[in-house]
Design a protein around this ligand. Structure first.
Ligand code: SF4
Length: 203
């Protein structure tokens, strides 16, 4: 064994048919907990236990019926929370990201997404991230999990990929910006003006 201590093990937590939680990958950054907390009106989230007994599963379970809960997948930095409709379908770096939108009837959902294609098939739908890998706008569960046809979307064009992204290694045709720093277009106005203030190249 690589460690003297016993490996951490966790009871399997049922987070429904759409979201997979693998606690053995979790680094307890609590980003999902903060996100779930923002999505629900009353405070039902937090971290259960402390140190190596900490768990976040209970709090995700408590918000599974929220129509924006899928966004916890996008904020997880290590893939402890994943999209069950996409799991094992394809390595992300073999997929081609394309920006698209739809007039989503869900209140507060902008319908602005990134579609991840393999050939003609939409394998997954995610929110868009900014130059720092942060989610730009939350999208609803319907857009994320149910709209997997190209005909569901108005296609905007290939997404610009950061040079340092692993996806860039497989897609020289995607218009990768080789200048530093690479800023992904469509940043919120407040972020762009902040970057310009510091003379970092904008969108
Ligand atoms: S966002 Fe991911 S790594 Fe962070 S606490 Fe949640 S599951 Fe764990």
């Amino acid at each position: 064994p690589r460690y003297e201590q016993e490996r951490l093990t966790y009871e399997k937590i049922d987070t429904g048919p759409l979201i997979q939680l693998l606690m053995t990958r979790c680094i307890l950054c609590y980003r999902c907990v903060y996100t779930a907390d923002q999505l629900t009106p009353q405070r039902v989230h937090g971290v259960l236990g402390r140190g190596d007994a900490s768990e976040i599963g209970t709090y995700i379970e408590n918000s599974l019926d929220n129509e924006f809960i899928g966004n916890v997948i996008d904020v997880c930095p290590v893939g402890a929370l994943t999209d069950k409709t996409f799991r094992f379908k394809q390595r992300v770096w073999f997929t081609k990201p394309v920006d698209a939108h739809r007039a989503c009837p869900t209140e507060k959902c902008t319908g602005n997404v990134t579609l991840w294609y393999r050939g003609d098939e939409v394998l997954r739908v995610t929110g868009r991230k900014d130059a720092y890998g942060e989610v730009h706008e939350f999208i609803c569960n319907k857009c994320r999990f149910e709209k997997k046809q190209t005909s569901d979307w108005i296609i905007e064009g290939p997404r610009q990929i950061a040079r340092q992204s692993v996806i860039a290694q497989n897609h020289p045709e995607l218009g990768i910006d080789w200048q530093e720093p690479t800023i992904i277009p469509n940043l919120p106005e407040s972020t762009s003006s902040e970057l310009n203030k510091h003379e970092i190249v904008g969108t």
